[in-house]
Design a binder for this molecule. Structure first.
Ligand SMILES: N[C@@H](CCC(=O)N[C@@H](CS)C(=O)NCC(=O)O)C(=O)O
Length: 118
């Protein structure tokens, strides 16, 4: 089972690499403004998880430079469970006005990013 999952993961990463979406280009000043906003975001994810790949592709299409944390590794794994509430990826950590929100579900994350940055 582990081997099958590992092989599928490599296939997903390969296809994602070959068919990588075009990164959105913005004027420099506009991109800098967006970069400032996305500094308050972090995506907890696994590199080869299909739902995480879907979110990373959406980020690339929107030209969003959001830091990614591998939630299989410490300390991110523990942060996700302790603060987010469960070991499930993808999960977007959103810091706004001193408040932290943990947004689960790839569809919800993509909707949030589209609404905020599209
Ligand atoms: N409906 C969720 C599904 C996410 C999901 O199933 N993620 C898997 C990884 S691909 C997961 O976090 N499993 C728990 C674990 O690996 O500990 C979404 O669209 O984000």
């Amino acid at each position: 089972m582990f081997i099958i999952r590992w092989i599928l993961g490599r296939i997903i990463l390969f296809l994602n690499f070959v068919f990588s979406p075009k990164k959105r280009q913005r004027p420099l000043a506009e991109q800098q403004q967006i970069d400032t906003q996305t500094q308050a975001l972090a995506l907890y994810q696994y590199p080869a998880c299909p739902f995480c790949v879907k979110v990373r592709r959406a980020m690339r299409r929107q030209g969003l430079n959001i830091v990614t944390h591998d939630a299989k590794k410490a300390p991110h794994k523990d942060e996700l469970v302790a603060q987010g509430g469960k070991q499930q990826v993808p999960c977007l950590r959103i810091e706004e006005n001193g408040q932290v929100q943990w947004l689960y579900e790839s569809k919800e994350i993509i909707n949030y990013l589209d609404q905020r940055f599209a």
